[in-house]
Ligand binder design. Structure first.
Ligand code: SAM
Length: 271
């Protein structure tokens, strides 16, 4: 089942990446509550047009993640790279922005957008968000934009987020979430799985998933409706500090590159 979901989702987003790269078949307008219209004119002006046009998110996670100079950010399901590029500017040359995606066409598009943006502190990794190819305790902030609803194993994603975050690290995630009263069948009546609707968790399922993974200070805030009873939300949470290790040292950047098996898109192109 997991492989089937990954294949179905990959096929949909490979097509979206090809359409974005060729400028054909724009997916979404601001009226859908999805895409570039969720970013300010100022943010859009910071980026190459192709990165803005490739946006398929349902929120603006970098606007709430309060990124600081020097931080390491990981974007789960980075698509055409819009949130990675915005993060890279916020964390500056001493920080690093990683994007993780399973779709080759999206990784290639994101890498091209990063090159056009002149970004040197970004790295795109190929892999599944259910098995993040980075070491434990290595990331300051996990962001994501309209991807967890697509994941085949949501509990694994929440566990992986908690694993890679350093103690005291935080999340700022946009996703689509259903009102608790909606059954899985009712969610599926409102839209498809690959369209980010049918696979959405409910508010209480999402909160429980984050808490069960060991995160605390969990909050979910609705920003807008995307379908009847289906909300775009911002999820925030933190990983508890470790009493045994109050000043946690992050692994060095070259250890992160080794853990990702070199299977990323850096200066040498994508694997
Ligand atoms: C709706 S798009 C959002 C892209 C991007 N976050 C944005 O805001 O434009 C979903 C992206 O997540 C990726 N994706 C979906 N499920 C994934 C999974 N299980 N592991 C890794 N990437 C995944 C897809 O390839 C696609 O690029």
């Amino acid at each position: 089942m997991t492989d089937q979901i990954h294949d179905m989702v990959r096929e949909r987003y490979a097509l979206a990446a090809t359409q974005a790269a060729t400028g054909s078949g724009a997916c979404c307008g601001p009226e859908d509550g999805i895409g570039a219209g969720l970013y300010s004119a100022l943010e859009q002006a910071e980026l190459p047009d192709a990165a803005v046009l490739a946006s398929l998110g349902c929120g603006n996670p970098t606007a709430v993640a309060e990124l600081r100079e020097g931080e390491r950010v990981l974007d789960l399901g980075s698509g055409g790279g819009i949130d990675v590029l915005l993060s890279a500017r916020r964390v500056g040359p001493s920080g690093r922005a990683f994007g993780l995606d399973m779709t080759d066409e999206m990784l290639a598009l994101a890498q091209r957008n990063a090159t056009d943006a002149g970004a040197t502190n970004v790295e795109f990794l190929k892999g599944h968000i259910e098995a993040i190819p980075l070491p434990a305790n290595s990331i300051d902030v996990v962001i994501s934009n309209c991807v967890i609803n697509l994941a085949a194993d949501k509990a694994a994603v929440f566990r992986e987020i908690a694993r890679v975050l350093r103690p005291g690290g935080r999340i700022g995630i946009s996703d689509i979430v259903a009102e608790d009263a909606l059954t899985p069948d009712q969610r599926a009546e409102r839209g498809s799985y690959v369209g980010c609707i049918a696979g959405a968790l409910s508010f209480s399922e999402f909160e429980r998933g984050l808490r069960s993974a060991g995160l605390e200070n969990v909050s979910l805030t609705s920003t807008h409706l995307v379908a009847d009873g289906m909300h775009s939300v911002i999820a925030k949470a933190t990983k508890p500090m470790s009493p045994a290790e109050p000043t946690h040292a992050r692994p060095a950047l070259d250890e992160l590159a080794l853990a990702s098996s070199g299977c990323g898109c850096g200066t040498g192109g994508c694997c």
